[in-house]
Design a binder for this molecule. Structure first.
Ligand code: ZN
Length: 277
């Protein structure tokens, strides 16, 4: 518990200081995870507007406001969607009626399944717990992580579907057929289109490979190529945020020891929590 709190505090502190601009080295570990969802990207890599956005749930620091173009007194120049686009961040699912995001009036339930063959179950559960807390803090979305995990034999040919309003996280063995040999994790997001056209995320499923524990050590969430940052990457996908074009971003397709939670990454999470129901 103490460690979890400490990680949260460190991650929040770091977000105030991290900036882009470190030179990336080539000792990347692969975090390949093609984005999948139940519908096609309609306007891939754009952030279109929805009138329910901008119901901000968290404090907007001057740096976040700058990314979201909210730092000017003149509201006519405010365009957070363009700001995110210009900072290299992409959405998971975009439609002509805005990007698919969770509505911020309900608790998102997170549950964890761990394949019964895996040995570090407590550690796998705890890292989810810590990451969920950080993602909740950045987005302002309310999340509830179950108090324990379920140990089960995961059938890769028949993966369970998350319940409505929930994120299902499944730790699978390194040889699981549900991930390619290169993949450390993957995230699938389901969304519904409401009567006014708003695309709302209804459920998400994250698959995490045991290889994350083999290839990485424990570290600070959002800083460097470690277990916590790999899980944070997938959890951020589950929030509706896609990959970043910045090599140092933890939402880049590969993590390195120069990986950071950039201001743009934090801004994308702040934005992801701003969709009113
Ligand atoms: Zn990814």
């Amino acid at each position: 518990m103490g460690l979890r709190k400490l990680m949260t505090v460190l991650a929040l502190l770091l977000s105030a200081f991290l900036v882009l601009g470190f030179i990336s080295e080539s000792n990347a570990s692969t975090l390949q995870n093609p984005i999948t969802q139940n519908e096609k990207h309609i306007h891939e890599n754009n952030w279109s507007e929805n009138l329910r956005d901008r119901n901000w749930q968290t404090y907007l620091s001057p740096e976040i406001k700058q990314i979201l173009t909210l730092d000017d007194q003149n509201s006519a120049t405010h365009n957070p969607h363009a700001g995110l686009h210009n900072s290299g961040v992409t959405p998971m699912v975009n439609t002509e009626n805005g990007v698919a995001l969770w509505g911020n009036c309900r608790t998102i339930n997170i549950s964890t399944l761990i394949d019964s063959s895996l040995v570090e179950k407590d550690e796998m559960f705890n890292v989810i717990d810590g990451v969920a807390e950080v993602v909740s803090a950045y987005t302002g979305l309310t999340m509830s992580h179950e108090n324990g995990y379920t140990s089960t034999q995961v059938d890769s040919s028949n993966l369970p579907t998350p319940e409505a309003g929930s994120i299902l996280i499944i730790w699978v063995p390194k040889n699981s057929e549900s991930l390619s040999s290169q993949q450390l994790g993957t995230t699938k997001v389901w969304h519904t289109v409401e009567n006014d056209g708003t695309p709302t995320i209804t459920r998400a499923r994250i698959l995490l490979s045991e290889k994350i524990f083999e290839e990485y050590n424990s570290g600070i969430i959002g800083r460097g190529n470690n277990i916590e940052t790999a899980v944070m990457h997938e959890m951020t996908h589950a929030m509706g945020v896609g990959h970043s074009s910045h090599e140092n971003s933890f939402m880049y397709t590969e993590l390195t020891n120069n990986t950071l939670a950039t201001v743009a990454d934090i801004a994308s999470l702040v934005f992801a929590g701003s969709r009113s129901c």
